[in-house]
Design a protein around this ligand. Sequence first.
Ligand code: PRP
Ligand code: URA
Length: 210
Amino acid sequence: MRVHVADHPLITHKLTVLRDAQTPSPIFRALVEEIMTLLAYEGTRGVRVEPVDIITPVAPTTGVRIADPKPLIVPILRAGLGMLDGMVKLLPSAEVGFLGMARNEETLEPTTYAERLPDDLSDRQCFVLDPMLATGGSLIAAIEFLLARGATDVTAICILAAPEGLEAVEKAMFGREVTVVLGAVDEKLNEHGYIVPGLGDAGDRLYGTV
Ligand code: PRP
Ligand code: URA
């Protein structure tokens, strides 16, 4: 498994506003989308392309286009939905599948409550979006789900990670074709499974408490 942590002042600046408990939902949502677009640049470095011949106003040349089958973007509901527009902006030809997962706040175990994905993901390049990698349980379950459907190439894009969760994902994905792109790795997890300093509950800050 490969891990890439963005080290960019613009991301750190936007993350600082995102972390601030005083930042209201509309600004929080806009920032999640903006940070996603910046992370998408790094996360799509390995996107598959194929050659295409074109003619410029001056001369024929060969460029590239996104290869078939088109990549599949999989936001993890709820909070991953906040990242979708930022990703689609850079990869408009991608298809979108959905996985709904919720972490039991007592046991911290994830459960899958919804799924709308192609049955066969053989040869599909998949991009999983979830802002928070805390214990890693949700991300491991999501990636295992895609690999079990035949995906061979999975990139997960998360805004924040806890070192404990990142280690768990690395252990679970050892030897697999998986890349994790992160905005930042924080200090630790607290006793409630929250990332410290983190930003709180991403789903609640995006969409309100349910
Ligand atoms: C959050 C977050 C991740 C998960 C991370 O979702 O968006 O999916 O927790 O925690 P983990 O690494 O310990 O599994 P949550 O379950 O709160 O659902 P929500 O997006 O609907 O708020
Ligand atoms: N999920 C969140 O939304 N935030 C955390 O800090 C941990 C899990």
